[in-house]
Design a protein around this ligand. Structure first.
Ligand SMILES: NC(=O)c1ccc[n+]([C@@H]2O[C@H](COP(=O)([O-])OP(=O)(O)OC[C@H]3O[C@@H](n4cnc5c(N)ncnc54)[C@H](O)[C@@H]3O)[C@@H](O)[C@H]2O)c1
Length: 438
């Protein structure tokens, strides 16, 4: 990645394309519209609420991020979606049941109803617990990807968009190991022609986006653009990509708490996480193959933060378990319990219990917004391929081959802000601070 010498302005409309128009996606678009109408604040969004310190602590320069880097305004966003379920934004938001019908859905009914999902590339082989009639037909996966490319071009034209970004908000697909067909773009394209079972629908969206020069982020844990073929294609086409799996709920807590224990050199013998949730995502994750994608994504976090190989006495025997239980009465209001067994001085044991009554989509929606705006910025800066500086938003951050992903949320946050400083040619902040004592 080269420091940009110029950044294209954020002029005109930015189209945000959402494969998957369920709980997260509708909560996101409803929140943007509510903010535009002055009905709600975009809490949780760094692009809208966070400041960034520039220069020395004594300089007193801390603008809002959105006043520091050129980002699209909320008023310039337009939305498109695909979903096998034909519900428009209003109907889908009511089914999701995240937002209060009277306070937040009815007042923007006209806007939500106007977003109707395009027919999806969907196959129950990859999401076993869902069915829907709003689905494209095609002889080959390549043909389906071409249909998506046409949708992208048509959307851009019909909505007068200057630029587009795509954020996968679709269901978690079954676990697929990266294999031969994902190793090069030639193999990937051949596999699409041959309808190879290891090419999942989310990969066709990613392929279509990249081919159309549209930055792509993956909010779910399935492979999607996290493979050599699509990473190479993104570089070749000059398109930024990022993934995987929005960092919300229990994993958010884990990446907040674990770095704290580690910095104090407290040992850990166990971390048991279980939760109940009753939304459509929970139902999809009730299928063991979709759960496997999620489990792999969730389990990697502690291993990297705690570095058991480097600290075998502290973390070498850690027992880490993650459970997800589908429990319909809870809807989107998940409850997550964590039991953490730690030990300190001379090996004395302590326990920490966390009971997080969280709202999944409320935590995910601002991530969708920030990813859309930052990926568009990345594109205007001329960046391509994996955008590791956006790791902050993911449970399972995509990074260059041979690198380990950074999971510590505080390092991720620092990295994100330093990248913004670097983009704008401002001094990096190291927190050394010796100059204050000269
Ligand atoms: N809510 C969170 O906090 C959170 C956190 C991390 C990851 N995620 C992931 O984000 C995704 C969305 O979550 P959600 O709560 O909105 O789920 P949801 O079930 O409410 O919505 C997902 C939508 O995707 C649609 N879909 C499935 N396959 C599709 C395809 N091939 N093309 C287009 N649409 C497709 C489904 O019909 C559904 O409407 C899930 O994969 C979930 O695991 C959510």
């Amino acid at each position: 990645m080269k420091q940009p010498t110029e950044i294209k302005p954020a002029e005109g409309k930015l189209g945000v394309l959402l494969p998957g128009f369920g709980a997260v996606a509708t909560t996101f678009v409803a929140g943007v519209e509510a903010a535009r109408r002055g009905l709600a604040e975009p809490f949780g969004s760094l692009t809208q609420m966070n400041t960034i310190r520039l220069g020395k602590r004594t300089d007193g320069r801390s603008p809002l991020i959105k006043d520091f880097v050129p980002l699209s305004e909320l008023d310039d966003l337009v939305f498109g979606a695909w979903d096998p379920i034909p519900d428009d934004g209003y109907e889908s938001a009511l089914v999701a049941g995240v937002l209060d019908k009277h306070e937040h859905v009815e007042p923007i009914k006209d806007f939500l109803s106007s977003i109707k999902p395009m027919p999806a590339v969907f196959d129950t082989e990859y999401v076993k617990k869902l069915e829907g009639p709003n689905v494209k037909k095609g002889d080959t996966k390549k043909d389906l990807a071409e249909q998506l490319r046409r949708d992208i071009r048509d959307f851009k034209k019909e909505n007068g968009c200057d630029r587009l970004v795509m954020v996968w908000c679709g269901s978690t697909e079954v676990y697929i190991r990266p294999g031969e067909v994902h190793a090069s773009i030639e193999a990937f394209e051949k596999a699409m022609e041959e309808n190879h079972p290891d090419i999942a629908p989310s990969q066709l969206y990613a392929y279509a986006a990249i081919m159309e020069g549209v930055p792509y982020a993956n909010g779910a844990p399935n492979l999607s653009a996290d493979c050599a073929a699509l990473e190479d294609l993104a570089k070749q086409k000059g398109v930024p990509i990022a993934g995987k799996d929005f960092k919300t709920g229990q994993t958010l807590m884990k990446t907040i708490l674990a770095p704290g224990f580690k910095t104090r050199m407290l040992g850990m013998s166990g971390w048991f996480s279980t939760n109940i949730l009753g939304n459509r995502d929970g139902e999809v994750l009730d299928d063991p193959e979709s759960f496997k994608s999620k489990e792999v994504s969730k389990l990697g976090v502690l291993e990297q933060i705690l570095q058991p190989k480097m600290y075998p006495k502290l973390y070498g025997d850690l027992y880490h378990k993650v459970r997800i239980n589908y429990y319909p009465p809870r809807g989107d209001n998940k409850e997550g319990w964590d039991n953490i067994d730690i030990f300190g001085w001379m090996g004395y044991h302590m326990q920490i219990k966390v009971d997080f009554l969280c709202r999944d989509s409320i935590l995910a929606a601002p991530i969708v917004l920030d990813l859309a705006l930052f990926l568009d910025l990345a594109s205007r800066c001329g960046f391509n391929g994996i955008q590791e500086w956006l790791s902050f938003y993911f449970k399972s951050p995509q990074c260059a081959p041979g690198l380990y992903p950074e999971h510590d949320i505080f390092i991720q946050h620092w990295k994100l802000k330093n990248t913004l400083r670097w983009i704008m040619n401002e001094e990096m902040i190291t927190h050394l601070g010796v100059e204050y004592y000269d």
